[in-house]
Design a protein around this ligand. Structure first.
Ligand SMILES: [Cu+2]
Length: 138
């Protein structure tokens, strides 16, 4: 009886160890990609960035304009878990992040793991802005 209890304990501890290692490796994704996108004079710069599928991406938006802008992903983040940080104001819908407002001089970051390769459009939907950018997932 004692023996099987200690065997169970060893198995349980081993499972916990693997879980902990898994969590740690997720938190410290060695292939995490940080992408800086400046917003200046009603334009996303650079207008296109490339990231790798399957690894965490951190999009860092820096709004250098005085006016407010928005990050509106068209398909990229549909059904994708997203973490938003910084001074942005995110709006979520049934299928995830639909819009992130970034005030004048503001900074905001969007973390997610892209899964499906493709070239995804995003835009700023504020009246008259006509700002478009692309995120290529390879
Ligand atoms: Cu704008």
């Amino acid at each position: 009886m004692m023996r099987s209890t200690s065997q169970c304990l060893v198995v349980a501890l081993t499972v916990l160890l693997f879980l902990a290692l898994g969590v740690a490796s997720t938190l410290a994704d060695a292939n995490r990609q940080e992408v800086r996108i400046a917003i200046k004079a009603r334009a996303f710069q650079p207008a296109e960035v490339t990231v790798q599928a399957g690894h965490e991406v951190v999009l860092r938006f820096e709004n250098h304009d005085v006016e407010i802008h928005a990050f509106v992903p068209e398909k990229l983040l549909e059904g994708v878990p997203v973490e938003v940080g910084g001074s942005g104001a995110p709006q979520f819908g049934d299928r995830g992040l639909i819009r992130l407002l970034i005030g004048g001089g503001g900074r905001a970051e969007v973390r997610f793991v892209p899964r499906i390769p493709g070239r995804y459009r995003y835009r700023c939907d504020l009246p008259g802005h006509q700002m478009v950018g692309h995120i290529r997932v390879e």
